[in-house]
Design a protein around this ligand. Structure first.
Ligand code: PEP
Ligand code: MN
Length: 347
């Protein structure tokens, strides 16, 4: 339930509503907005009569939040959430953010080299797995903490922000020490213990949609993170399982406008895992930007044929450059723009 205050409500009137909610034994969460403040009531067990708050001084209206997710919903917060990173990149505002890099960190030469190339092409966030969720236990599992240190070195050299995956609570602590965004992968979208853990850490979270998760389940997973007090969640559509074998997954671009109507959180698309096929990445990246994505996550490798993971879906650097040039135009046509390249932002 959301108690929306009048725009000229006094701070005392807001406090009275908060106190009243707490006296009733529920949690109150004030949400300051551009026009007016709202106070969210968490834990409504159906015992509360909305009219009770309606008559309090300074209250404009009381909105029952009908979804099973609350704090991620547009009803709860009308304005878009904008997640800001230390290097000035923002997700959820007018600018479209580019996360790019190899599937996995493989060596110092590989990650530093590709980071320099990608930063030069205008990407401002470097991706690269150090802890890899592999379908086979015999496949390359990542460099672990050593990989995180190499990512941090790439950040120091290029200014790019770092996004990398945490597989479990233990790796989450390591990742939090080095990364700017903690990625929760598709296989972990419903790992509720991990979601709570990264919610408590408080760094921005990239939450990827589960392999067979509905949009509602994705939003409920985000609710776990926000319920722990971390509002900086970026959602990611990365394709879902389908019956067709032509592509690795089915990139569900409908999820972008659907999420935008249901939630205030930013949503990006990952056309690399979404298609699994190099030649299909660029067309789907273009489509995702046209559909309103707040950013893209794209796998790019300096030598895809020798990649230790996901080489078949990794772009060559020059293909990424071409992709950037194309989506710049699409962004403009959508009244948006790409995040300015590092070094030219003044940050
Ligand atoms: C990844 O981004 O490297 C990854 C493993 O993605 P997903 O969790 O979407 O499969
Ligand atoms: Mn990958």
């Amino acid at each position: 339930m959301l108690v929306v205050m009048q725009h000229n409500a006094s701070s005392q009137e807001i406090r009275d509503v908060v106190d009243m909610i707490q006296e009733m034994g529920y949690e109150a969460r004030p949400i300051p907005g551009r026009q007016r403040t709202s106070v969210g009531l968490i834990g409504n067990d159906g015992q509360i009569e909305p009219n009770f708050f309606q008559s309090l001084p300074g209250v404009l209206e009381v909105i029952p939040v009908s979804h099973s997710y609350k704090q991620v919903s547009r009803e709860w917060k009308e304005e878009n959430t904008v997640v800001s990173l230390p290097n000035g990149t923002q997700l959820g505002g007018r600018q479209i953010a580019l996360m790019a890099g190899p599937c996995a960190v493989e060596s110092e030469e590989q990650i530093l080299g590709i980071a320099r190339t990608l930063a030069g092409m205008g990407a401002t966030i470097l991706r690269g797995g150090a802890f890899k969720p592999r379908s086979s236990p015999y496949s390359f599992q990542g460099l672990g903490v050593e990989g995180l240190k190499l990512l941090a070195k790439a950040r120091t050299e290029t200014g790019m922000a770092i996004v990398t995956e945490a597989l479990d609570a233990e790796s989450a602590d390591h990742v939090a020490e080095y990364a700017d965004i903690i990625q929760v992968g598709a296989r972990n979208m419903q790992n509720y213990a991990l979601l709570r853990k990264v919610g408590q850490i408080g760094k921005p979270i990239l939450l990827k949609r589960g392999l067979s998760a509905t949009i509602e389940e994705l939003l409920l997973a985000a609710e776990y993170v926000i319920a722990e007090g971390n509002p900086n969640v970026i959602l990611c559509e990365r394709g879902v399982r389908s019956f067709d074998t032509q592509t690795r997954n089915l990139l569900d671009l409908t999820a972008i406008p659907v999420v935008k109507s249901l939630s205030h959180l930013p949503i990006i698309a990952d056309p690399s895992h979404g298609t699994g096929v190099r030649a299909k990445v660029t067309p789907m990246a273009r489509a995702a930007v046209a559909a309103g994505a707040d950013g893209l996550m794209v796998e790019v490798h300096p030598d895809p044929n020798r990649a230790l993971s996901d080489g078949a879906q990794s772009l060559y650097p020059e293909q990424f450059q071409a992709l950037m040039n194309q989506i710049r135009v699409i962004a403009q046509a959508s009244d948006r723009e790409l995040t300015p390249p590092l070094g030219r932002t003044g940050s």
